[in-house]
Design a protein around this ligand. Structure first.
Ligand code: URA
Length: 442
């Protein structure tokens, strides 16, 4: 086989076979196919697309390029949840404990944040002592013992994706549905769960800016999961406004704790209950109404909160501050941001707000940047609310005061005001069921 022929075949819009795709993914991972040929092939995919079968083959080849976790030592239904990334998205910290409290085995590998989106590992690492590095044996033992573990993704999982993603980043081939879907699903397949729930975020703070794009990505990923015998579904959720009121690592953990104690913001609580219910449904725990009831009971009884504490302890973290209801990190400065005008907040550009949080130190500009776990933003007004000129819109928490001015400018640029309240979008925008059918909210 020659790579030049496979590039030409895709350039001419033809379908590649499973053997051809496996050969090129293997060759690229092992270094026998150079970056320039892989770039040309991925650009051809970007322009000509891939059939569902090609996308499934590509995903399988990427999953097989490294280590595939064997979770068979865990007794029970193994579930995983993945978010395509958003601002203020701390749902894993809430959904994981709810699902575990309802009897599921949550074996979750997570990543770090980059740019305007946060990562679960960074949030967890703001808990004193908590460790996200584990051996496979420790990971399996913890899931067997308490039903929940969140660890950092090993570099041995889907190494083809790591190389391909870095190349896509510099060759303008990131925003391509089959390449995004295979990238996400290769890591999910290699992580070994029986049921996979995808949270596809839609809006100004998400990868997918429109519902149409989100539906295409969601269906493509569900189709891949189905082709590999996994119970897979996708919930499409609103990311046109940050989720909850807190952005930034330790602030988000505190908000997750409040939510687990039944005192969280309504949007975050609702979204987490819906995600938990869909995960329970995938695992065969009943109808949507029954699963929603189970998720609510896990929250109301305090069992989900207890699971979160168990996970922190099992991973070496201290629960003292959480149990005493105190913040575990405090930034040196707290600055208030006041409204420049009077009116209704009609739109918040969630990506710009994520960038403002990043400028305060809560996120990474490059992979090498060091996170300030205490930095972040607390939103006091969100889309739909009314503010008087001079009223406090948000609080910034930061250690490095030099960053305040640019962060505030970026924040204020993200906001639109008008005399009339806006029509608000629902937080749940649709669901792609395991058969690949779209269910829209009534
Ligand atoms: N997240 C991934 O893991 N891969 C993509 O291509 C996009 C988002």
């Amino acid at each position: 086989m020659r790579m030049v022929d496979l590039i030409a075949k895709k350039r001419d819009g033809q379908e590649l076979t499973g053997k051809e795709i496996e050969w090129l993914v293997q060759g690229y991972t092992q270094g026998t196919i150079p970056d320039y040929q892989m770039s040309a092939w991925m650009m051809a995919v970007y322009l000509k697309g891939m059939t569902a079968q090609e996308t499934a083959f590509l995903t399988a080849a990427m999953a097989k390029s490294g280590k595939e976790l064997d979770l068979s030592a865990i007794s029970g239904v193994k579930v995983d949840k993945h978010s395509t990334g958003g601002v203020g998205d701390k749902t894993t910290l809430i959904v994981g404990p709810i699902a575990a409290a309802c009897g599921l085995c949550v074996a979750k590998m997570s990543g770090r944040g980059l740019g305007h989106t946060g990562g679960t590992l960074d949030k967890l690492e703001s808990i004193p002592g908590l460790c996200v590095t584990m051996t496979q044996e420790q990971f399996l033992r913890q899931v067997n013992e308490i039903g929940l573990a969140v660890m950092g993704q090993s570099e041995h999982i889907a190494p083809a994706d790591k190389k391909m993603y870095a190349l896509r980043d510099v060759t303008a081939t990131v925003s391509c549905i089959p390449l995004i879907a295979s990238s996400i699903m290769s890591k999910k397949l290699a992580a070994g769960a029986d049921c996979i729930l995808l949270d596809v975020k839609v809006g100004s703070g998400a990868f997918m800016k429109t519902q149409r794009e989100a539906e295409q990505l969601a269906r493509c990923m569900v189709e891949i999961g189905r082709a590999h015998g996994k119970q897979t579904a996708a919930l499409m959720t609103n990311m046109d406004v940050p989720l909850g009121a807190c952005i930034g690592n330790s602030l988000e953990v505190e908000e997750a704790v409040d939510t687990l104690l039944g005192k969280g913001p309504a949007d975050l609580t609702h979204e987490c209950l819906m995600l938990s219910a869909r995960l329970l449904m995938l695992a065969g725990k009943g109808s949507l109404t029954e699963c929603l009831q189970q998720a609510k009971s896990a929250l109301e009884s305090g069992k989900a909160f207890e699971k979160f504490l168990q996970m922190i302890r099992a991973q070496g973290g201290s629960t003292a501050h959480i149990e005493q209801g105190e913040p575990f990190l405090k930034a040196a400065h707290c600055i208030v941001v006041r409204s420049p005008k009077t009116g209704y907040l009609t739109h918040m550009d969630a990506e710009k707000i994520g960038l403002a949080a990043m400028l305060l130190g809560a996120g990474r500009e490059t992979k090498e940047s060091v996170i300030d776990h205490a930095a972040g933003i607390r939103l006091l007004k969100k889309t739909g609310q009314y503010a008087e000129k001079g009223e406090v819109l948000a609080k910034f928490y930061l250690n490095d005061i030099s960053k305040q001015e640019t962060a505030q400018e970026t924040y204020l640029q993200a906001l639109c005001f008008a005399d009339h309240p806006p029509v608000l979008s629902p937080s749940i925008l649709g669901y792609v069921n395991p058969q690949g059918e779209i269910e829209l909210p009534e």
